[in-house]
Ligand binder design. Structure first.
Ligand code: DAH
Length: 338
């Protein structure tokens, strides 16, 4: 039979290898259970004298309570480990969910379209690949007219080109619609311009067209004023400057007072106090003729504005190229706007 010192040594080395409940139960049974090695000692004791019994009994009991204490401690440690292993630490920072959002250009486009829809305008679209006829000729740009120079396109051959403005959609809509009507046409346009802070070879416009039997410059001014006050702010003033577009007569360039200096003049507005926001005018009789309308019977006003430009002005972005660089730290700033 082993002596008590060997049992203690065995126990201490075996307890090191206890890693789970099964190990723990096994070792409990072996050292303190009913059939444990210590029990064997108690059996043996029957043959000893009372003094010997007392002495060895005390030693066995001491060893037993030591072993029980170690086993209890081990049980507690293992329970603790189990708890921490399965615990959810609610104070840890969560996993950030990345959510997408509208591009600032698209956001501005929706905003502008919303305003016109609230004024009773319908939304239409037109093709980005156009013919020379719709992009120029039907809009009263004769083949060699110098006004074409300002809108150099990407020519695709066989009479096709990428539209340089959204105005050709005016013609397509008039061809298929009976007046009176009010439409806005948002969309992409393309020009063969070198990229700089205010030019891009792809950009967005919103075209507006209203046709009825009685339409005047007053209707145009009133409509644009409502739009500008809602979009830019009620404190902004408007100015209509005479201009030229082949498809309108009279034609105007619409300026809004600078939001940065309040119209006094600063670097952003080139010290003029005004910012150009759109071209507009009354529809030219030749445009009505090319769509089959009788210019004696209908009148109309039209306007076209750059979405990039409006976004620059609204948010104070200094360079149009920033919209296309896909720099998330720039784009994410617009997430909460609208
Ligand atoms: N299409 C013109 C351009 O891109 C803008 C424009 C001017 C549109 C006057 C209009 C308008 O409808 O009436 O430069």
């Amino acid at each position: 039979m082993k002596d008590l010192g060997t049992i203690l040594n065995d126990f201490q080395s075996e307890i090191q290898d206890v890693h789970n409940e099964d190990d723990l139960n096994r070792i409990k049974g072996k050292y303190v259970g009913r059939k444990s090695v210590l029990n064997d000692f108690f059996q043996e004791m029957k043959t000893l004298s009372p003094d010997e019994k007392k002495d060895i009994g005390q030693k066995i009991n001491e060893l037993k309570s030591f072993i029980e204490k170690v086993l209890m401690d081990k049980t507690r440690v293992m329970e603790q480990e189990k708890k921490t292993k399965n615990r959810v630490d609610v104070t840890l920072p969560g996993k950030k969910q990345w959510s997408g959002s509208f591009h600032p250009i698209i956001m501005t486009m929706y905003h502008i379209v919303d305003i016109f829809q609230s004024l009773g305008f319908r939304v239409e679209t037109g093709p980005e690949i156009e013919t020379d006829y719709y992009n120029f000729e039907a809009l009263n740009f004769p083949p060699d007219h110098p006004a074409r120079d300002a809108q150099d396109s990407f020519f695709l051959g066989q009479g096709y080109l990428l539209r340089t403005h959204t105005s050709p959609a005016q013609v397509r809509i008039m061809e298929k619609t009976k007046p009176p009507f009010k439409v806005v046409i948002p969309g992409k346009c393309y020009r063969r311009d070198p990229m700089d802070a205010s030019h891009s070879l792809m950009f967005h416009q919103i075209e507006g067209l209203v046709v009825a039997n009685k339409i005047s410059m007053g209707d145009l001014k009133g409509t644009i004023e409502i739009f500008a006050h809602r979009f830019f702010g009620a404190d902004r003033r408007l100015r209509f400057r005479p201009s030229f577009f082949p498809f309108t007569e009279p034609s105007a360039e619409v300026d809004v007072s600078c939001g940065i200096c309040g119209g006094k003049g600063c670097r952003s507005c080139g010290h003029s106090g005004w910012l150009e926001v759109m071209g507009a005018g009354l529809v030219h009789p030749n445009v009505f003729r090319s769509t089959g309308y009788n210019p004696q019977e209908v009148r109309g006003f039209a306007f076209g504005m750059g979405v990039e430009r409006s976004t620059l002005l609204k948010f104070g972005v200094p360079d149009m190229r920033w919209f296309y660089e896909n720099d998330m730290s720039f784009l994410e700033q617009f997430k909460t706007v609208r």
